[in-house]
Design a protein around this ligand. Structure first.
Ligand code: HEC
Length: 175
């Protein structure tokens, strides 16, 4: 009994030590660690998740949550996207300018609408901002990433497209 207990304590201690050493090695590692540039697509995936949450929160009158998500998106644009590696597919030279344009045009107005708990103003600005998301996706050959302009829907849009278009494409390809 006594042995069993001291064994358990020892292994707990060892586990704690291990956790501590793997944690402490990460930030100081020489492979770039904290300095590594984020991937554009990974930052965008987080922007998309938070955009969906912001829209859903506002339509549920959860304006503090909506404002929080908009603030997080603002941070993602200024801190992460600004130093992210530009995507290799599609034209990317204009991305930094388009990102700054999005940032200066939309988050402030969304935060103000959320602070006033003004659902109509939030929805109107959400529609304008989503159109600007889409403009950048189109400009960078990612037009298939459609951001719904109506708040509260899934991001990106997965609404079914006409099946005829898909099967016509399939027919052409198999010919
Ligand atoms: C400055 C241009 C630009 C703006 C503005 C922009 N995007 Fe993107 N977005 C991109 C590019 C480029 C990609 C493709 C990244 C890649 O190649 O991995 C992308 C990808 C995405 C993806 C797919 C991520 C994945 O890998 O699954 C989502 C979701 C997305 N964007 C949401 C949004 C939303 C929501 C907004 C507006 C709030 C927005 N984007 C605004 C350029 C932009």
């Amino acid at each position: 009994m006594r042995h069993a207990r001291s064994f358990a304590v020892t292994s707990l201690f060892a586990a704690a030590l291990c956790a501590a050493c793997s944690r402490s090695s990460a930030p100081g590692s020489t492979d770039g660690g904290a300095q590594a540039r984020p991937r554009y697509g990974a930052v965008m995936a987080e922007v998309g998740r938070r955009w969906e949450l912001a829209g859903r929160a506002a339509t549920a009158n959860r304006f503090e949550l909506a404002a929080f998500e908009i603030g997080e998106i603002e941070e993602l644009f200024t801190e992460e996207l600004a130093r992210a590696e530009l995507p290799k597919e599609g034209p990317s030279a204009q991305l930094p300018a388009l990102a700054s344009a999005w940032l200066s045009a939309h988050p402030k107005a969304l935060e103000q609408a959320a602070d006033k708990r003004d659902g109509a103003a939030f929805a109107a600005e959400f529609a304008r901002a989503s159109a600007t998301c889409n403009a950048c996706h189109k400009a960078s050959d990612h037009g298939f990433l459609e951001i719904p302009t109506v708040a509260g829907l899934g991001v990106p849009s997965l609404d079914p497209l006409p099946a005829a278009a898909a099967s016509a494409k399939g027919t052409t390809a198999s010919r």
